[in-house]
Design a protein. Sequence first.
Length: 129
Amino acid sequence: MDDNTVRLALQRHWDASDAGDFEAEHDIYHEDAMLNYPQSGERIRGRRNIQDSRHLQPNKKRFTVRRMIGSGDLWVTEFVLSYDGVPSYTVSIMEFRDGLVARETQYFAAGFEPAPSRAHLVERSGAAS
């Protein structure tokens, strides 16, 4: 699978995620895919379990992709995931096998104000830019 094809598959995945289309969102995963959330210590095995875990999440979710970068079997997406309007700055690392995601790791972070010690050095870019 060439890089452009993977990029298009990722775009379909994130568009489906934003639309709440749980079937299309999970077409990108191998049946035996594994999803890791290091911050909570969770590991979810299997495409159906990944899909069910997301379907059961009660919050209204919105996805705003900021950047996708990768090549071959390793791709990283930086995006803002809003739960009920509250943004979480997120990185998804996807490892592909045979054109499908075999392993994904997601990291989440809340926004914060710049530290006073460097406030005079920063250019404010806005909360979600």
